[in-house]
Ligand binder design. Structure first.
Ligand code: NAD
Length: 496
């Protein structure tokens, strides 16, 4: 039993150790004795520990999941949905508690953490709606002959998730996978394994049979064992491009279905006719929100022509953000060093630091970078092309819309792109040409709300389709095509 998290503010609060959840029981790894601290990044201090499992724990989890899925797949879909309805109810009842847990293990401020839980609930709601959406098609294809499509489970499937959304990203995968009749094994980020403990607990309280949801805590060894195990039929991953591409290759080589979402470098194009107030507010929310640790965060602002009045307003609004109150910490000491490194390097290469967050101090001992704006960034600087994953905005200046689109499209990533304009013509021209899967018009974090699926292009996604929405259901199921004839066929076709 994992009790509710007791914190009601940002004070350092400890939580249950992150163990494995296999066959409906909390277990320690079979052989590995390696544990790591789970750090609250606001304080830079441990709030729990996580077990680092081995390949033998993956074998045990797949075995328990295989046994459980035999019964679960036989549940009618509407009965499976009842579990998700109950989960939704429990998440709503415990929404503040879940948000505080996200806050503490990840560092987000409370409002951001609550928004994460709300988005997770929206994903569960999509799962609840699947009995109304997932009726397969049926057609009389010839006189007395019908064809039908039935969505069948794959069996045991697995998901691997990143540090930046400890509760929401698992819920990008889980509802569709469970509704599809599969057993799901989650390997959360070892940096933030605690929300998944509460998720396991709430799923159990919702009536999910033992073994249908498992947790295997750990890092690379667990991920590779999940890729390699022949009993895991599909593999979902969300994380960096470097790891996503490698595990996509590894899982695919084993003949598995794989969908791996990677990193990003998102561009915001600002043109002179943009609404100054709306644009400035939205740009700041995009690059500072969640301390810039979102795959959808603004990273490069391409200033097209004379937009200094808007940039001035962006700077003024960003300067008012208070680290610790409006802005959470960076996830780790290593990330802090990486982000500061990008800022230092861009400055050395000639960029102007018009807002400098390097000395931000929220709570002594944690990891903090305040909102930072680099102006005059050029495309030869790493700050213009590499994923910084912090609250840093690189401003690149160009003369024409054409140059802006060229810069956007030269990026190997393709997650998100946004244009700020009051002109329908400019919006249409940009959106039709940018090489990105999720586009915004005056929306700097253009996350598609359910039921629209989430997924980027190019080096931001390996595999096919989106991870949420209907594509998610398709990913975690396979189609059986049934052709039936119950009477003598009354027409003569090649089917007879
Ligand atoms: P990460 O790639 O370091 O880790 C992701 C997961 O992979 C973790 O569970 C980790 O344990 C595991 N892992 C780490 N190294 C591994 C290795 N060598 N082999 C196998 N598994 C390994 O990512 P992160 O730092 O946790 O998350 C931040 C990254 O995730 C950013 O690049 C961000 O853009 C990306 N992200 C992308 C999306 C998206 O939808 N495209 C969403 C959220 C985060």
């Amino acid at each position: 039993m994992i009790p509710p998290f007791s914190a009601k503010n940002y004070d350092l609060t400890s939580f249950a150790p992150a163990r494995n959840f296999i066959g409906g029981e909390w277990r320690d790894p079979l052989t590995s004795t390696h544990r790591m601290d789970v750090i609250n990044p606001r304080h830079g201090k441990a709030m729990s520990t996580v077990t680092m499992s081995g390949a033998d724990d993956v074998v045990a989890a797949v075995k328990a999941a295989s046994a459980a899925v035999a019964e679960w797949r036989g549940w009618p879909m509407r009965e499976r949905a009842q579990v998700l309805y109950k989960l939704r109810e429990l998440m709503l009842t415990n929404i503040d508690e879940l948000a505080w847990l996200v806050c503490h293990e990840n560092g987000k401020v409370f409002g951001e953490a609550k928004a994460e839980v709300e988005k997770g609930i929206e994903c569960v709601e999509y799962g609840c709606s699947l009995p109304n959406l997932a009726a397969g098609n049926q057609l009389e294809v010839s006189r007395g002959v019908s064809c039908e499509v039935v969505y069948e489970p794959l069996g045991v499937v697995a998901g691997v998730t990143p540090f930046n959304f400890p509760l929401m990203v698992p819920l990008w995968m889980l509802p569709q996978a469970l509704m599809g009749g599969n057993a799901f094994i989650l390997k959360p980020s070892e940096q933030v394994p605690l929300s998944s403990l509460r998720l396991a607990q709430l799923l159990s309280e919702s009536g999910l049979p033992k073994g249908v949801f498992s947790l295997v805590q750990g890092g690379r060894e667990v991920v590779e064992a999940l890729c390699d195990h022949p009993g895991v039929k599909a593999f979902g991953f969300v994380g960096s491009t470097r790891v996503g591409k490698a595990v996509y290759g590894r899982a695919s080589m084993q003949g598995k279905r794989a969908l791996c979402l990677g990193g990003a470098k998102n561009h915001l194009l600002v043109v002179p006719d943009a609404d100054p107030e709306l644009t400035a507010e939205n740009v700041v929310a995009s690059f500072v929100g969640c301390a810039g640790q979102r795959c959808m965060a603004a990273s490069v602002l391409i200033a097209v022509g004379e937009v200094d009045h808007i940039l001035k307003s962006v700077r003024e609004k960003a300067a008012k953000i208070v680290a610790g109150k409006d802005l959470g910490p960076i996830t780790s000491a290593a990330s802090l060093e990486r982000i500061r490194g990008y800022i230092d390097q861009a400055e050395k290469q000639g960029a102007k630091v018009v807002l400098d967050g390097r000395s931000a101090e929220g709570v002594i001992g944690g990891y903090w970078v305040g909102p930072t704006i680099l102006d005059g960034v050029t495309m030869d600087m790493p700050a213009a092309t590499e994923e910084i994953f912090g609250p840093v905005l690189s401003v690149v200046r160009v003369g024409t819309l054409e140059q802006a689109i060229e810069i956007e499209n030269a990026s190997p990533y393709g997650n998100a792109s946004c244009v700020y304009t009051t002109s329908g013509d400019v919006a249409r021209r940009v959106i039709a040409r940018v090489d990105a899967g999720m586009c915004g018009v005056n929306v700097g974090v253009p996350v598609p709300r359910e039921p629209f699926g989430f997924g980027g292009w190019n080096d931001s996604l390996f595999g096919h389709g989106n991870i949420t929405g209907w594509d998610g259901y398709r990913f975690w199921t396979r189609q059986r095509k049934v052709t039936s004839k119950w009477a003598v066929q009354k027409d003569a076709t090649w089917m007879s």
